[in-house]
Ligand binder design. Structure first.
Ligand SMILES: NC(=O)c1ccc[n+]([C@@H]2O[C@H](COP(=O)([O-])OP(=O)(O)OC[C@H]3O[C@@H](n4cnc5c(N)ncnc54)[C@H](OP(=O)(O)O)[C@@H]3O)[C@@H](O)[C@H]2O)c1
Length: 336
């Protein structure tokens, strides 16, 4: 069965990855429509399904669309996803607009697929950092009942879209000749545009926007989305989200605790059999390894030091693929 598919936000880093993934996975696309802002409207894109003219989302008529993959920011989702759903499309939304709504399933394909069936026209894709973590935490929860997670993320700049990539590359170019200043102090002041502090040759222990109690929205997404996906309303989550000068690949270092002690052997055996997970035993998986790869790479699985019985691990996933576009297409596959 093939249907009409729309990509909304088609010119962005996630939207373009969606197009590649539909092609790679031979998704049954009867016809493809691409939508973005008025700035891109009229551009012609060569696709597997022929040349497609980018439409202005604000003017686009959703009639006839079966599946709409939204990736154009929360405001666009809030404004347009309901009218697409009302016209009969199933919307799979990458923004945070609907993730916590009770009538909207929040689905990590391979972890809580069954939730998708309860949709009422909109299904939400989780945040890219939550996604990487859930791929490892989900199967371990199935095995031993997760009770708490202490999580630090190391998030790439493409998680902020094409502007994040531009900012990192621009700062690298500007600072590269300033090695002395970078190593001894006195580096030239640069004006960050997207981030609050320089990201080139630096680490920013504040990813997202401050929302409550000194936490950022990225951190609170880790808390609330994990609870919803795993269906553990009282799951304890202690999040710290950090932006790092990496182009693609979000990493997480997590300490997981369970209802009963879990050994490294058991954790490794669960992770080795987990769908969409690649367990690395001999080498440390890095964001560079994750780029362009569908699986979430998990390594450094260790037993907790202080209080035995918990598991420390490292997981890294391509934020544009499993963290966004791939998961959206996998959800669409669940609907077929
Ligand atoms: N990057 C990630 O790792 C990631 C992961 C998970 C979820 N997401 C979510 O995915 C969405 C897009 O992210 P991205 O990283 O692809 O961003 P991006 O590279 O900045 O692309 C943004 C896209 O949205 C479109 N857009 C912006 N304003 C619009 C408007 N007024 N009307 C219609 N379209 C508009 C842009 O079209 P123009 O080119 O015409 O401006 C472009 O296609 C966001 O909601 C983000 O939170 C991103």
């Amino acid at each position: 069965m093939s249907g009409a598919v729309a990509i909304v936000g088609a010119t962005g880093v996630v939207g373009r990855t969606m197009q590649s993934i539909l092609k790679e996975r031979d998704f049954p696309v009867g016809s493809l429509r691409l939508m973005a802002s008025a700035r891109s409207a009229g551009n012609v894109v060569d696709t597997k399904w022929g040349k497609v003219v980018v439409e202005d989302l604000a003017l686009a008529d959703p009639a006839g669309i079966d599946i709409a993959l939204f990736s154009a920011g929360g405001d666009r989702s809030r404004e347009h996803a309901p009218r697409f759903a009302a016209a009969g499309a199933v919307v799979i939304d990458n923004s945070s607009a609907f993730r916590m709504r009770e009538d909207v399933p929040l689905v990590v394909a391979g972890v809580n697929d069954a939730a998708a069936a309860g949709h009422q026209g909109i299904i939400a894709n989780p945040n890219c950092t939550t996604m990487a973590l859930m791929m490892a935490a989900g199967p371990l929860h199935e095995a031993a009942g997760l009770t708490s997670m202490v999580v630090s993320s190391y998030q790439s700049v493409s998680g902020s879209g094409h502007q994040g990539v531009t900012e990192l590359l621009g700062q690298h170019d500007r600072l590269r000749p300033e090695v002395h200043g970078l190593m001894t102090g006195g580096w030239p002041e640069i004006e960050p545009v997207l981030y609050q502090r320089p990201i080139g040759f630096n680490v920013l222990a504040l990813a997202g926007n401050l929302v409550e109690g000194g936490y950022t929205d990225e951190e609170m997404k880790l808390v609330h989305e994990s609870r919803k996906i795993l269906d553990i309303p009282d799951l304890m989550v202690e999040p710290t989200c950090v932006r790092v000068p990496v182009l693609v690949g979000h990493s997480v270092a997590a300490t997981l605790r369970f209802q009963r002690p879990v050994t490294v052997d058991e954790a490794m055996s669960v992770l080795a059999g987990a769908p969409g997970v690649s367990l690395w035993k001999d080498r440390v998986p890095t964001p560079l390894d994750s780029a362009g790869v569908d699986e979430v790479l998990v390594g450094r699985v260790r037993e907790t030091v202080g209080e035995p019985g918990g598991i420390n691990l490292w997981a890294v996933g391509d934020n544009l693929r499993k963290g966004a576009a791939l998961n959206a297409v996998q959800i669409a596959e669940l609907l077929l």
